[in-house]
Design a protein around this ligand. Structure first.
Ligand SMILES: NC(=O)c1ccc[n+]([C@@H]2O[C@H](COP(=O)([O-])OP(=O)(O)OC[C@H]3O[C@@H](n4cnc5c(N)ncnc54)[C@H](OP(=O)(O)O)[C@@H]3O)[C@@H](O)[C@H]2O)c1
Length: 273
């Protein structure tokens, strides 16, 4: 009997998703690696136990097809990682309507699409696990002009915590990873910035935030392998923590957030800007 386990991951074209796909493949798992543009992939194609599927998490038809194809090939999927995500930053007033919708569509509606596509399969096999990549921006606020990203990750947190009650009786587990900034990904480069040529009211704050992000010292960013190791220990059930805060920034912010009233916390955050 084939005991090899299978993991299905979204957003494996770069960063954490790609690293997770490689690590699990190198540790004996089958990997269904999904991405928007498989035709561009050159690295994951080198692994015999990785199969690549086209999947934009906002496209329910594509999600359904990729999930069906992965199940056809691997038979059973044990763990699903909702990793795909992006950030829209800048003043809400300046945001384009489509960028507001897209932020929600990718970071919150995307995991809903993937989870709904997998639930029949997990029910059929009597269980499964969804590991969801959130952010410290999903459990606390920290920077100005990040409200849309906060909104999307807070929504993800509410979704996953809320689902606990309906999926626990079906032996379907849910986990959250609260990562801070980590090294070696495309997140900062792919941020969509809200701007407007005639509205200058937010310019000062925007410039400060952009400078902080641009000058962020790589040494302050977390090692993504730390996150991959936590994903692995959750997938193999070595640990079973529901919310996993990873890295110095996230832990420091959570400690602050819980040690003082919210008003004090928000003023402390604002004082950096
Ligand atoms: N890096 C950070 O500072 C940070 C901090 C906290 C949380 N996170 C979260 O960590 C997760 C992984 O991000 P990362 O740090 O590894 O950054 P990344 O390198 O930018 O990876 C994001 C991945 O998501 C994919 N993606 C974006 N939109 C998609 C869509 N509509 N459908 C399918 N895939 C899509 C991207 O694919 P394309 O190549 O097609 O764009 C890319 O593979 C995200 O959920 C992010 O929100 C990141």
């Amino acid at each position: 009997m084939n005991e090899q386990k299978t993991i299905f991951i979204t957003g494996t074209s770069s960063g954490l998703g790609k690293l997770t796909a490689k690590y699990f493949a190198e540790n004996g798992w089958n990997v269904a690696a999904t991405m928007r543009t498989p035709e561009k992939e050159t690295e994951l194609t080198a692994y015999d136990n990785i199969r690549i599927f086209k999947l934009d998490v906002t496209n329910t038809e594509q999600v359904r097809t990729a999930v069906e194809q992965a199940i056809d090939i691997f038979g059973k999927i044990d763990v699903v990682v909702n990793n795909a995500g992006m950030g829209t930053y800048g003043a809400l007033e300046l945001a384009k309507e489509e960028d507001i919708d897209w932020q929600f569509a990718v970071n919150a509606r995307g995991p809903i699409n993937v989870i709904r596509a997998f639930l029949p399969h997990f029910r059929e096999y009597g269980g499964g696990m969804f590991i969801n990549i959130s952010s410290f921006m999903g459990i606390t606020t920290a920077v100005p002009l990040g409200s849309l990203y906060n909104m999307s990750k807070f929504a993800l947190e509410g979704l996953i915590e809320g689902l606990y009650y309906e999926l626990k009786p079906l032996n379907i587990e849910l986990r959250l990873i609260e990562q801070g900034g980590s090294k070696g990904n495309s997140f900062r480069e792919s941020i969509v910035w809200n701007t407007h040529p005639e509205i200058t009211a937010y310019d000062e704050l925007t410039s400060k935030l952009r400078a902080i992000m641009a000058n962020a010292d790589e040494s302050q960013l977390d090692d993504p392998m730390e996150i991959v190791n936590v994903i692995h220990s959750l997938a193999t059930r070595e640990t079973n923590q529901f919310r996993n805060v990873i890295g110095a920034t996230g832990n420091q912010l959570m400690q602050m957030r819980h040690s003082m009233p919210i008003e004090e916390y928000m003023e402390a955050m604002r004082s950096y800007f």
